[in-house]
Ligand binder design. Structure first.
Ligand code: F6R
Length: 251
């Protein structure tokens, strides 16, 4: 993997998704090793992290990784889906990571997704992150419009966990997880950009040509504060891992 020169956020060009996944799995193992197995992770869903989660499952099965003492906070959850809905992010995490490892489900957290009492529930959720002493290591994907979590373009960089209306392009990109476009929720609850920036390390995975345009705009463009990914420019320990297709316009 190679560190690209002159990018607005430190960016590694990887030879394969596998290379990125192995590098991040190693970082996670090292963090757990340094902290006696205890750490707080911020987790993402979608296509980007699936390979990393498989690698963590592989390491767990090989006896090389235990998640029993970790706490997790997922970035976002759709509103209006029950936790057992197959497209809910809790179901996604269960399928790709939780059910396949020794993680303690009582220490896994998802943003509130029920509309009643939402504001207070979001404040409580932020409080649970604080009570866990903040997030050590946050995984992110990036939307083709530059969103992080479900912070759509225009989200303030100091925003906190809240309800957000999903952009049509986001609903279209995520329709593949539903039976039809009509079923894709219009609203989600997301950690805010400000919440995400408080994590001590931020690691972003971006693969494939659908990410090439936004990566060019962010990594080689002006500091456009309407693009949430640009918020990472101000973070002391953020890095992107991108493949050749995603790097096609910045090569
Ligand atoms: C998912 C999330 C989103 C995705 C982004 C990229 O929890 O927070 O920001 O990371 O939409 O999605 P994929 O990886 O499917 O391209």
């Amino acid at each position: 993997m190679k560190l690209l020169p002159d990018t607005a956020i430190p960016t590694y060009l990887v030879e394969s998704q596998r290379e990125a996944n192995e590098a991040l799995a190693l970082e996670i193992s090292q963090l757990l090793g340094a902290q006696a197995g205890k750490a707080t992770f911020g987790l993402a869903t979608g296509s980007s992290p699936i390979g990393l989660y498989s690698e963590l499952v592989r390491l767990h099965r090989a006896g090389a990784l235990s998640l029993k003492d970790v706490a997790t906070f997922n970035l976002d959850e759709y509103m209006g889906l029950t936790p057992d809905h197959p497209a809910s992010y809790r179901a996604f995490m269960s399928e790709h990571l939780f059910a396949e490892t020794d993680i303690d489900l009582a220490k896994t957290h998802f943003p509130p997704s029920d509309s009643s009492g939402l504001e207070a529930a979001c404040t409580n959720w932020e409080g649970s992150i604080q009570a866990a002493e903040g997030i050590d290591w946050q995984l992110l994907g990036v939307g083709r419009n530059g969103h992080i979590g479900f912070n759509e373009p225009g989200s303030p960089f100091d925003s906190r966990t809240r309800r957000i209306e999903l952009a049509e392009s986001t609903r279209e990109a995520n329709a593949r997880f539903f039976e039809s476009m009509d079923e894709v929720p219009h609203y989600a609850v997301t950690m805010g950009v400000g919440t995400i920036l408080e994590a001590r390390r931020l690691r972003v995975l971006a693969f494939g040509d659908t990410k090439a345009h936004i990566l060019e705009r962010v990594l080689h463009g002006e500091d456009d504060k309407s693009i949430p990914l640009n918020a990472l420019r101000g973070h002391p320990d953020a890095a992107l891992y991108i493949d050749a297709a995603a790097a096609a316009r910045i090569g």
